[in-house]
Design a binder for this molecule. Structure first.
Ligand code: GLC
Ligand code: CA
Length: 595
């Protein structure tokens, strides 16, 4: 067995807290969260055990995709504040011994970025080749068609679903894998890459400590931009990730980024890598010998309750999931290429997914909600890798109610999907009113909007998020479920997270130990052992609301040497395991450590 590493780099031991700035805290009453609001909550975060803040984009942006559409990479959107506010926030973060990570969104810019405005002017403009322009194709009847059949990820409607937008001015199409307002940059052009290295250096030289890199695995597209295979024959445009994810030059570009920028600083880097199920593909970004990124966000767990169309998950439809699938995913990644230095980024929530307690736990009563949120905290924090907590996750925040109508779903991805299904059904019904309740069921479970409602700070109006009118409706449970209540309550979900993060810090086995699963075939219980040198941790989790008696079996474990460290029913030192038998209550979770 490997000896405990004593010299893990800071980004491996760190707890990262993701802030969705528009919904975190509003300091000036305009209904929009801002940098000064974040700066005023640093003590709350420090107290929770956070080491690094990751800010979702705060750059100048028309907010077509909530800031993942940037019109000036070197400025702060005035709704969030100023560069001076950012410097001030950074100072507060550093003074508390924490670090600050920015979101780097460079697969695409906004169409309102000066680069794109120049690029579209005429086809001899020096910035023309900074984006991906192609002439039309013509069908047999002479009608103009996009250069290929790729579908945009946030497709607008059945007919308007192409990843290409025609631009009258120069009679060519530009590529946008996401919204028409998010044109893809042409990474094959070295000037584009240099511009990206420069904007990264701008933030690093200002004191930023790292980057989360948005959809970084789609920056290199397949040679010749070939048509995608037809997986949904009734639609004109097709899922094309096989031609744009993990493309031919992506590793070359990331190595160049590493050599020219990353290696010159002491940073945390995490790449977002959707559309990928092949573990080998993802390893390539992370293995230290390749000199690319520290880690990636893979989406195996996030896609577990989504049906597939071709290779691509359809995120807004709910598909029931099985515990055995969840176990397979966790085990696969926890044991993946450890000997080659693969390192995990562990998360169960972010701004693109609904609340974990509503997906993987039970939010039907306050009691089950608190129990299952704590059980899920155990699932996450006891996994090896760097920990990522999304704002409000530490409070057990849940999805907003099914009774809210489509008008409360502000996300363009939700809106576009709704409109696509609505127009399809309306045309099928010949214009008669159609039933959309099943779509709303899916949204109530899965939409990104649930993660984007205002943070719940206290029981005052608008959950203490703003004194004005919040940009998005506040969830209805804030009078009970809020940070202030939970900070005061030693049995709260937040108190549990706080203890757990501290336990992780004190026990390196939880960060870097190996991983062996027990009772694999059990449908309710997920149990695993982590070891590092002579340190041992045993985790047992009940994923249902019924009591379960479980007999664990492990030839190498001495049950009597294990002591309960933390649980969501019992206190430290209680419920010893005599002979490997445990009586687990509904959604019970326990962590035992070797004594
Ligand atoms: C990433 C972001 C998501 C955004 C998309 C397009 O997946 O996390 O919020 O919509 O990229 O930029
Ligand atoms: Ca504000």
């Amino acid at each position: 067995m490997a000896a405990p590493p004593t010299d893990l780099p800071w980004w491996k031991t760190a707890v990262i807290y993701q802030i969705y700035p528009i919904s975190f805290f509003d300091s000036n009453g305009d209904g929009i969260g801002d940098l000064n609001g974040i700066a005023s909550k640093l003590d709350y975060l420090k107290d929770l055990g956070v080491d690094v803040l990751w800010l979702s984009p705060i750059y100048r942006s028309p907010l077509a995709d909530m800031g993942y559409d940037i019109s000036d990479y070197q400025n702060i959107d005035s709704r969030y504040g100023t560069l001076e506010d950012w410097d001030n926030l950074l100072k507060g973060v550093h003074e508390r011994g924490m670090k600050l990570m920015m979101d780097l969104v460079v697969n695409h810019s906004s169409d309102e970025h000066d680069w794109f405005m120049q690029s579209r002017l005429d086809d001899s403009n020096p910035k023309r080749d900074w984006y991906i322009w192609r002439p039309p194709r013509y069908d047999p009847s002479g009608r103009r068609q996009p250069p290929n059949n790729w579908k945009a990820v946030f497709q607008v409607s059945l007919v308007a679903g192409s990843a290409w937008e025609y631009d009258e001015k120069t009679s060519e199409y530009y590529l946008h894998l996401y919204l028409t307002k998010q044109p893809d940059l042409n990474w094959d052009n070295i000037e584009v890459r240099d511009a990206v290295w420069n904007l990264m250096k701008f933030w690093l030289d200002r004191g930023c400590d790292g980057f989360r890199m948005d959809v970084i695995n789609i920056i290199s597209k397949a040679e010749g931009l070939p048509d995608a295979p037809v997986t949904v024959p009734e639609e004109p445009y097709q899922h094309a990730s096989i031609h744009f994810a993990n493309g031919p030059r992506v590793h070359e570009y990331l190595r160049e980024m590493n050599e020219k920028v990353l290696s010159k600083y002491d940073l945390i880097t995490v790449g977002e890598t959707p559309f990928t199920h092949d573990t080998e593909e993802l390893a390539a970004y992370v293995l230290p010998k390749n000199k690319e990124l520290n880690m990636v966000f893979q989406f195996e767990l996030m896609d577990i309750d989504s049906p597939l169309e071709g290779e691509d998950a359809v995120p807004l439809i709910y598909k029931p999931w099985k515990l055995s699938d969840l176990k397979d995913i966790v085990r696969r990644w926890q044991t993946f290429k450890r000997d080659e230095g693969f390192w995990n980024a562990v998360f169960t929530e972010n701004h693109d997914h609904a609340r974990s307690v509503s997906r993987f736990g039970d939010d039907s009563t306050d009691e089950w909600r608190a129990r299952s949120a704590k059980m899920l905290a155990l699932l996450q924090v006891t996994q090896g890798g760097t920990q990522f907590v999304f704002q409000g996750q530490e409070l057990g925040l849940k999805n907003f109610p099914r009774t809210w109508g489509i008008e409360e779903y502000k996300d363009i991805a939700s809106q576009n999907y709704w409109n696509k299904i609505l127009s399809k059904r309306t045309s099928e019904s010949g214009g008669a009113e159609v039933d959309m309740s099943d779509v709303l069921d899916g949204f109530a479970k899965k939409a990104r909007d649930h993660a984007r409602v205002p943070m719940q700070w206290n029981a005052s109006s608008n959950a203490g998020f703003t004194t004005g009118t919040p940009w998005m409706r506040v969830n209805e449970d804030y009078e009970v479920w809020n940070a202030e209540n939970q900070v005061e309550d030693e049995n709260s979900v937040r108190a549990f997270w706080r203890k757990l993060l501290k336990i992780r810090k004190d026990n390196v086995v939880l960060m870097a130990g190996d991983f062996v699963e027990l009772v694999h075939d059990h449908e309710r219980i997920f149990a695993f052992v982590r070891r590092l040198g002579d340190q041992v941790a045993l985790v047992v989790l009940n994923f249902g609301n019924e009591d379960v008696i479980i007999q664990l079996d492990s030839p190498t474990l001495s049950w009597s040497s294990l002591q309960l460290e933390i649980g969501n029913y019992h206190n430290k030192g209680e419920v010893p395991i005599a002979d490997g038998t445990l009586e687990m209550k509904g959604f019970e979770g326990r962590l035992y450590l070797f004594r």
